[in-house]
Each structure stands twice: as structure tokens, then as C-alpha cells.
Design a protein around this ligand. Structure first.
Ligand code: DI6
Ligand code: FE
Length: 399
């Protein structure tokens, strides 16, 4: 398919001020962006293509949700009630609830059950223009269920027009059968599960949870070494509830991203900048857990650490399926600018997944686009619970 999208304001994200081009046009050809610029400069070779008039709307790269736990069994509404009565996320986890209650529900679900449960969540993201979704394992914690989760995640891309990126998160929690034996879990179960999932072609990246209620930097380092031996990129849930040294470890391993990072320090930010590690901010978890320590946004800015935003869609700490709400919360809770929020769900989210072919409007990139009934990028982050998406383009076609 070939077409000119015209009569639009383009937020290309190439250059300052969102790379805004008023009276812009964009040429789509065979799934890719062929040309971007001022409508008046449209090259003659494209002039005869069919035109899609966007009615003066805003055209952006389609959002990328770069951190989700979309595949899981069960729900955690009871735990939500417990937290409202004063129990903390960590207390619930240490008592065997939290992540482990979702592990129980996920282990008893079939692949078809997991897919059926995830589709409404995925559809909510797609309704806001999202075209790429990262999905983690980590609620199986045994070889069979980790693989089932990743298979279910990959199947979503056959059922909906979306690109799915899968991340192995075996080092998410220590399962009951290894209680008190976290080192044995890492060596005897988690790393073999990674090998098995990789052998099946199910793993795009490797993640872990470095936290007092999860794994130490030394344990995560062994998982990262196994990932490196397989040639897989790494990322890490780091410094979410306390400072454990996960961010420095992630930077040392050249991680694509360090995620949450509320307790990261100025030194951590420096190390991330030097390593090119993206800070993935997850305001939905900060909000849900009533956290008070915001991530060091000023340090990330000062050192030039790219900041992404994602939903962290999961049943416990962030039961959120709105990328627009993540943008709004990023601004209101973490004081990002609306431009940082837009870059956070496009350019920097793509980078957090190691994807160089999306996240901006530039020739050669995938034609994954979002058309919004707004005039300025700030309107995307401004409203709460309102979806101005007018049209979504995936792989060069509206859908
Ligand atoms: N941090 C998170 O935000 C999710 N995992 C993690 O390590 C929460 C997972 C859950 O509570 O189910
Ligand atoms: Fe997470």
C-alpha cells in the first residue's frame, strides 16, 4: 500500500520541540515511511499517490508500551483491599501473597486461558494507538509455565495487529518450592528455564527483579551472565522500593533499560548515561503503591539519560492498561514535560527495547502511526481518562 497522509501537524520527534512540522505530510510505502516533511516540499515522484486527509490532526509515531506483564492468570483485587486497610506491598509479598499468588493462578491456567485473559488488556492498549508491546514472563517460575507464558505472549501477535517483544523474567520471585533457597532457584531452575525458552526462540531479552523481596545483585548477575552467553540483551527492575545496587549492575552489563529506578542515585544516573541504559519510569506502580520517593528525573536530565514511560501492566502493583494515563502520571507525579512524556512512549520506549526501526517519524522507519484529534502534543498528556485517538496505522495500513 502507498499513500500520502496530509493536512496534519507532525510530531516527528526528530529535533527539538517534538520535531514539530505544521502543514506536514508523510508518505507511506510498503509498511515503511518513505518521506516526511512540509506538504509544500512533497517530491513530485510521490505527488500522484492517493491522499488521506487527516483534517488538521496531530500525527505521531504510534506509542510503544515497553514494560508490561500482560500475560498472567487471576486477579489481585483482594490484595488491593488489603493494602487499603494498611498492609504494605512488601508485607503481602513476604506472607506468600503478591507475585506468588499470581504464580499460583498462572500455573493452573492453560495457554488458551492466558491468551483469553490478556486480549482485553491488549485491546485497551491498542485502542490508544499502541502498536508494539513488550510482554514479560515471570509468573511461572518453572520451565513449563515460563515457556507457556512466552508462547501465549507471542500468539497475541497472530490475533491482533501488534508487534510483541518477549522478555524472560524468571528472576521475578523465588517460588514456594525453593523457599529460602534463592541461589538454588537461580542456578537450578531460572537459568535452565532461560535456556529452554531461548532454544524455542521465545526470548528477545532477559529481565530480573533486584529487590529486598526478590533477588540480590549477585544473583541477578548470574542470570545476566547466562543471557550474555546466549547473546541476549538484558534489562532490570531496579531500585523500585529500596536501593540495592541493581541500576549500577544493569549499567555494568550494558542493559537496554533499568526500570522503576525511584531510589537510583546521581551516581547511578551517571553510570546509566555512560552505558546508554534507558530509565523506564513506571508511574502506575508508584501511584498504586502510594510511593513517595519519585525517580531522580533531574539527574537523568542532567546526565542525558533517556527516559521512557510504560504502563507496567500487572495485576499487583500497576493494574493499568492506558499508555495515555502513564503519560499523564509521568507529568503530574514525576514532573516530566509533555514532550518528555511523548518521547517516553515513542522514541525512548523503542530504545528501551533495542528497536531502531520505530518510535520516530523518519524515512525508512516502520509506518506505525497514531493520528490524534488534538492540535498540540501537550494535549496527549494533559487529559485524564479521555482517548483522542482518531486512527492507528500498523505496518503501513490503518487498523
Ligand atoms: N515490579 C513490578 O512492578 C512488577 N514486578 C516487579 O518486579 C509487579 C509484579 C506483581 O506485583 O505482580
Ligand atoms: Fe514490572
Amino acid at each position: 500500500m502507498q499513500a500520502i497522509l496530509c493536512n496534519a501537524t507532525l510530531a516527528t520527534l526528530c529535533g527539538p520541540s517534538c520535531g514539530l512540522i505544521p502543514d506536514g505530510a508523510l508518505v507511506v510505502a510498503d509498511g515503511r515511511i518513505a518521506w516526511v516533511g512540509h506538504a509544500a516540499d512533497l517530491p513530485a515522484e510521490h505527488a500522484t499517490l492517493p491522499r488521506h486527509d487527516l483534517g488538521g490532526r496531530l500525527l505521531t509515531p504510534a506509542p510503544v508500551d515497553c514494560h508490561t506483564h500482560l500475560i498472567h492468570g487471576g486477579d489481585r483485587a483482594r490484595e488491593f483491599e488489603q493494602r487499603l486497610q494498611g498492609a504494605s506491598y512488601e508485607e503481602i509479598a513476604r506472607a506468600g501473597g503478591g507475585i506468588l499468588s499470581t504464580v499460583t493462578a498462572t500455573r493452573t491456567a492453560s495457554e488458551a486461558d492466558l491468551i483469553a485473559a490478556a486480549l482485553p488488556r491488549l485491546d485497551a492498549l491498542l485502542a490508544e494507538g499502541v502498536t508494539t508491546v513488550e510482554v514479560k514472563s515471570g509468573y511461572g517460575l518453572d520451565i513449563a509455565t515460563e515457556r507457556t507464558m512466552l508462547r501465549a505472549a507471542r500468539r497475541l501477535a497472530d490475533l491482533r495487529p501488534v508487534r510483541i517483544v518477549t522478555t524472560f523474567l524468571g528472576a521475578h520471585a523465588c517460588p514456594p518450592e525453593y523457599k529460602g533457597r534463592a541461589d538454588a532457584y537461580i542456578d537450578d531452575m531460572c537459568i535452565p528455564a532461560l535456556h529452554a525458552a531461548h532454544a524455542e526462540g521465545l526470548v528477545d531479552a532477559v529481565d530480573g527483579f533486584c529487590e529486598g523481596i526478590a533477588f540480590t545483585p549477585a544473583q541477578i548477575a548470574r542470570v545476566f551472565d547466562a543471557a550474555r552467553a546466549l547473546g541476549l540483551p538484558v534489562k532490570l527492575h531496579a531500585e523500585q522500593l529500596s536501593h540495592q545496587g541493581g541500576t549500577a549492575l544493569a549499567a555494568l552489563h550494558g542493559a537496554l533499560s533499568a526500570d522503576h529506578v525511584e531510589y537510583a542515585t546521581d551516581t547511578d544516573a551517571r553510570a546509566m548515561a555512560a552505558a546508554g541504559t534507558v530509565a523506564v519510569l513506571l508511574p502506575g506502580a508508584f501511584y498504586t503503591l502510594h510511593e513517595t520517593q519519585a525517580p531522580p528525573v533531574a539527574a537523568f536530565r542532567a546526565h542525558g539519560v533517556p527516559m521512557a514511560l510504560a504502563t507496567d501492566c500487572n495485576p499487583g502493583s500497576s493494574p493499568m492498561t492506558s499508555i495515555l494515563l502513564a503519560m499523564n502520571m509521568g507529568c503530574t507525579l514525576f514532573r516530566l514535560t509533555p514532550e518528555e512524556a511523548l518521547r517516553g512512549v515513542t522514541e525512548h520506549a523503542a530504545r528501551a527495547l533495542g528497536l531502531a526501526d520505530c518510535g520516530r517519524l523518519a524515512p525508512g522507519l516502520r509506518a506505525d502511526l497514531a493520528v490524534w484529534s488534538v492540535r498540540a502534543p501537550a494535549e496527549l498528556a494533559w487529559r485524564i481518562g479521555f482517548n483522542p485517538l482518531w486512527q492507528r496505522w500498523f505496518n503501513g495500513a490503518p487498523c
